[in-house]
Design a protein around this ligand. Sequence first.
Ligand SMILES: C[S@@+](CC[C@H](N)C(=O)[O-])C[C@H]1O[C@@H](n2cnc3c(N)ncnc32)[C@H](O)[C@@H]1O
Length: 251
Amino acid sequence: MSGTQTWEADRYAKNARFVADLGMPVVDLLAPRPGERILDLGCGDGALTAKLADMAGAVVGVDAGEDMIAAARKRGLDAHVMNGHELTFDAEFDAVFSNAALHWMLDPDAVIAGVRRALKPGGRFVGEFGGHGNVAAICVALNAALRQRGVDGVERLPWFFPTPDEYRAKLEAAGFTVRTADLIPRPTPLPTGISGWLETFGENFFRAAPEGEAEQVKLDAIELLRPCLCDQAGNWTADYVRLRFSAALET
Ligand SMILES: C[S@@+](CC[C@H](N)C(=O)[O-])C[C@H]1O[C@@H](n2cnc3c(N)ncnc32)[C@H](O)[C@@H]1O
């Protein structure tokens, strides 16, 4: 359910280590306590899962990407390949944590229902993911480059970027009390430029390109983005907007 995106641990580490590095405020919002059992949903290669494991009693990571889970296991983590839409846990976690993963899961109600089932009474669901307006310029540029070739990129959007009100309503409908749900604009410097970002996260769009034109779609999108996301020294900054939330079940 994350389109045709593939997740390669080495490419992710090279182009997107900042994703986990910038996730520490979400760990702080969760405030893991010694002895707690925590699920990291969409744990990736486990960089933040390892931090949680240092703070809590036991941490389990799940992710749909086999290569990401292999990298998480290399860190010695308890990590498993699992689709976030089909969580199999039953009332066993004190908290579910998620960083930068929920926007890849395109049936959020199924995800939230699985999180609810996984939690003990009083359990917390704390996370951050792409919110309304996230990488808007990048989406527009990719859509424009595809549209020039007669392809509807909007249909290929691989992300769910809700407003806080939309996500709050989903959490409440599933029985959570929402403590906070806020949009956080976060212009994010890209260590390997826009090209590395597009190669890591933009696969869905390039697969939609007519045969043999994927590379040119990427180059066209880059030129559309250059005036807004690249400074005079050649540094690229992505127009990230995060949705950070904290919710809990009744005790
Ligand atoms: C940007 S990475 C974030 C990884 C990690 N949480 C971090 O902070 O570095 C997004 C992760 O979501 C995972 N993902 C995408 N769709 C998923 C799904 N349906 N179920 C589980 N994981 C999924 C990907 O495999 C990827 O590892």
